[in-house]
Design a protein around this ligand. Structure first.
Ligand SMILES: *Cc1c(COP(=O)(O)O)cnc(C)c1O
Length: 430
């Protein structure tokens, strides 16, 4: 630890305070045991049926298809969009071969990897500062540069709904389909409607760190019976209705297990309670940081209700100490009255709590370095840390990555523990 700040008197936690860990309630094991006792241990059973019904009812869509992971749901959702527009590919070719897809830039790579699985090319669209999601202005600009694009993949980062109306308007004007990644935002609402219902193809995740979990798992959400049936078929190896294994399409082993479904089924009644706990954590941080040169991750309070999955903060530009980040390491010079994400993350970690840097934007990832990147202002790449006029960053995603971080946001964190985290962050700015 490079910090010169005084952290004396702040005791480390006896057991670790996590970023976001599973929170179980007891019903989960009952459904798992039921599956075990009745020998429904494969990818068919009462837990799967009931979970699909519960989620469709909660989210307000007609069909929910339970899959092995959010990533699997994204793969099949992206493939459906691709087939709809470009038709079925030969078995040895991805359905997106030779085609570009517009993608959220500041997200987890699982959102956009399926574009590569299908041989497509992601074009990254910069982030806006109001909700930290895809910037509709940059998206419109991307359509001017690449008018042939017909698929847009959007995510709602950290459980905060993006500018859905504006993005839909741009997509409609250009006849593009939307794949909506609501993996982090289950239960978040935009104008009273749940995220995961706005795209043409929608997905959620039950990964171990999400707002509710099955230890793994995901779902495809839709109002189209045909699409739901297609995803169910693809996810179970694309078997045709024949006495033997008969295949007309490429298949996948992507269906959810009835054991996993039992865990998620037991979690569903607690989703709203988890959201309330996460919101209380966010509000408590916000209050605790009132006197610091930082802000919480922003949202559109007039139109949206996030699920507050992760609480994040961003440091004011003039309160940043000098820092450089290489590909795998960061350096900073500790300075009185200022701080930076690395110093704060090290301080948090020193008392046995887990924070994390902001998800590093996709256009900055070595794997996607040669992909195009479109920003609202300026001409895209190579402008991280550049600002034009008063405070407007050219590469907004890089700027949020530079100055932001994710805070410990576990629902089981007590107010006392959170106060200690708030205290150590104050010391970072002393
Ligand atoms: C977790 C996550 C995924 C992937 O979900 P898995 O269930 O882990 O496969 C996709 N997109 C985003 C934004 C995520 O946070």
């Amino acid at each position: 630890m490079n910090s010169t700040k005084d952290f004396s008197g702040i005791e480390p936690f006896e057991s670790k305070v996590w970023l976001s860990s599973p929170t179980m309630h007891g019903e989960e094991i009952k459904y798992v045991k039921e599956a075990y006792d009745t020998n429904w241990l494969s990818t068919v059973g009462e837990n799967i049926n009931e979970l699909e019904r519960l989620v469709a009812e909660y989210v307000g869509c007609k069909y929910a298809v339970a899959l092995s992971a959010g990533t699997a749901a994204l793969h099949l959702g992206t493939k459906l969009a691709a087939e709809k527009i470009y038709g079925m590919a030969r078995p040895n070719e991805g359905t997106l071969r030779g085609h570009k897809v517009f993608c959220s830039d500041m997200t987890f790579d699982a959102t956009i990897n399926p574009v590569a699985y299908e041989d497509g090319e992601a074009v990254f669209i910069d982030t806006e500062a109001d909700t930290w999601n895809m910037d509709p202005v940059a998206l419109e600009k991307a359509f001017e540069i690449y008018p042939e694009v017909k698929i847009v993949v959007i995510a709602h980062l950290y459980g905060t709904p993006g500018k859905i109306d504006e993005i839909k308007k741009v997509c409609d004007a250009h006849g593009a389909l939307i794949v909506e990644d609501a993996a982090e935002s289950l239960g978040a609402k935009y104008k009273g409607k749940e995220t995961g219902t706005f795209g043409n193809y929608n997905i959620i995740s039950f990964n171990g760190n999400k707002i509710i979990t099955g230890s793994a798992g995901g779902m495809f959400l839709t109002d189209s019976r045909e699409d739901a049936d297609k995803v169910r078929k693809w996810s179970t190896q694309s078997r045709e209705d024949a006495p033997w294994y008969q295949h007309e399409e490429i298949g996948y082993n992507y269906r959810m297990s009835n054991i996993i479904a039992g865990i998620v089924r037991g979690q569903m009644p607690h989703l709203d309670e988890h959201i309330a706990q996460k919101k209380a954590i966010y509000e408590r941080y916000k209050e605790g940081f009132k006197d610091l040169p930082v802000k919480m991750n922003p949202y559109d309070a007039a139109n949206s209700e996030p699920n507050f999955w992760l609480s994040c903060m961003i440091i004011d530009k003039d309160a940043m100490c000098q820092t450089v980040r290489g590909e795998k390491k960061a350096l900073y010079i500790s300075e009185k009255g200022k701080s930076c994400p690395t110093e704060i993350l090290e301080a948090i970690s020193s008392i046995n709590a887990e924070g994390r840097p902001i998800w590093k934007p996709m256009h900055m990832q070595p794997i996607y370095r040669s992909n195009a990147f479109v920003t609202a202002k300026g001409n895209g790449r190579g402008q991280s840390n550049a600002y034009i006029d008063e405070g407007a960053a050219v590469d907004v995603g890089a700027d949020i990555f530079d100055r932001g971080l994710c805070l410990p946001s576990d629902n089981k964190m007590t107010p006392e523990q959170q106060d200690r985290i708030i205290e150590i962050i104050h010391r970072c700015f002393a």
